[in-house]
Design a protein around this ligand. Structure first.
Ligand SMILES: C[S@@+](CC[C@H](N)C(=O)[O-])C[C@H]1O[C@@H](n2cnc3c(N)ncnc32)[C@H](O)[C@@H]1O
Length: 330
């Protein structure tokens, strides 16, 4: 199926179109609703890109559980461009099996990831009109690195980049398995109604990097470390990733579970500068437990480092919590 450029321009934004053009994503492009997919799948070749249109709930279920199950030998699809804004976040959660096989999944419009207003904001607008974190970074003169531990396909990382890029002088680090969650404790799965399960929140590095590319994030400012923290952080010197002591100004933790949060906190211990911001996405999610989840790992970390203090800073919703990190050395 070939499309004229007017049709494509009406459903895909310019930045995404030019990315596809530069990466041969338009050469073999199919535009399919889910119902059409079944009719055409024999024709789909290895290099196919697909535009997904009209994603309603029943066709989504069909996609996941029947027609497109790659484990049953469906053809490989190299790129999926989701053309349905409302379903985009849902699809990013449900496409695990494609992510695992290396399929790149993109939104048809990059503003669904970072709003245009934020992409175009200048330094003052970022400091005063975006977030409490950006305001703090600007007003307290923080200039180091940003590290995010638990990025999924990059929504929070790319929004943070745009909020902080005029003020921080360091790099933006993304640490993730790109294979989803490691194995949770049973209590973490129960306390989240099954949301925290092994392999959940899997997105691949290729999609993360493609979205970064479309957003125009300079390659030398973004450093991606792919792998489970047990392999990438446990006993690893931060110098391997060019991270010096007290060089991190913002540490964004969103790896959901006790075990990875523990590894992450031990890794960043020497890296946090006094006054750095530290964020826990799931501070209260596991029922604010003292035994499991991110908060429990953080409280254990504070016990191991009794000169550390987390000064409560900001929260937007009940689940999240920002702190200011302080060291009370003698
Ligand atoms: C909830 S998602 C992050 C969402 C992201 N911060 C956002 O808001 O857009 C949790 C992430 O933690 C990562 N993760 C969990 N356990 C991990 C581990 N042991 N090693 C590496 N990454 C892990 C998962 O791969 C997943 O991408």
């Amino acid at each position: 199926m070939l499309f004229n450029s007017c049709f494509l321009k009406s459903i895909i934004s310019d930045t995404v179109l030019s990315y596809l053009n530069n990466n041969e994503g338009l050469s073999d492009l199919y535009c399919l609703s889910f119902s059409e997919f079944n009719k055409h799948r024999n024709k789909i070749a290895k290099t196919t890109s697909i535009l997904l249109m009209d994603v309603d709930q029943s066709s989504l279920d069909n996609l996941i559980y029947q027609g497109w199950n790659l484990h049953r030998g469906e053809p490989f699809i190299c790129r999926i461009i989701v053309c349905d804004e409302q379903q985009f976040p849902v699809l990013m959660r449900k496409l695990d099996s494609w992510f695992r096989l290396g399929c790149i999944v993109l939104p048809a419009n990059i503003s669904w990831v970072v709003p245009q207003r934020l992409r175009e904001a200048d330094a003052l607008a970022c400091a005063w009109e975006t977030s409490a974190a950006a305001n703090y970074v600007a007003r307290c003169n923080l200039k180091g690195h940003y590290v995010e531990l638990g990025t999924f396909w990059g929504k929070s990382c790319f929004n943070s980049y745009h909020e902080l890029r005029h003020w921080l002088r360091g790099r933006f680090y993304a640490f993730d398995s790109f294979l989803g969650l490691s194995r949770p404790m049973e209590r973490e799965t129960i306390a989240t109604g099954g949301d925290f399960s092994e392999g959940a929140y899997c997105a691949n590095q290729q999609s993360f990097l493609a979205i970064a590319d479309i957003l125009g994030i300079p390659k030398d400012q973004l450093k991606v470390v792919s792998g489970f923290y047990n392999d990438t952080l446990n006993g690893t010197s931060p110098h391997l990733y060019e991270l010096e002591d007290e060089s991190v100004s913002v540490c964004f933790i969103d790896c959901d579970l006790y075990e990875p949060t523990k590894l992450v906190l031990d890794f960043v211990t020497p890296l946090l500068e006094p006054g750095a911001l530290i964020y826990f996405d799931d501070w209260r999610l596991c029922r604010a437990s003292r035994q499991f989840g991110e908060r429990a790992a953080a409280l254990d970390w504070l016990e191991r480092n009794n000169n550390f203090e987390l000064v409560e800073f900001h929260r937007d919703i009940w689940q999240h919590q920002w702190f200011i990190f302080q060291k009370n050395d003698a």
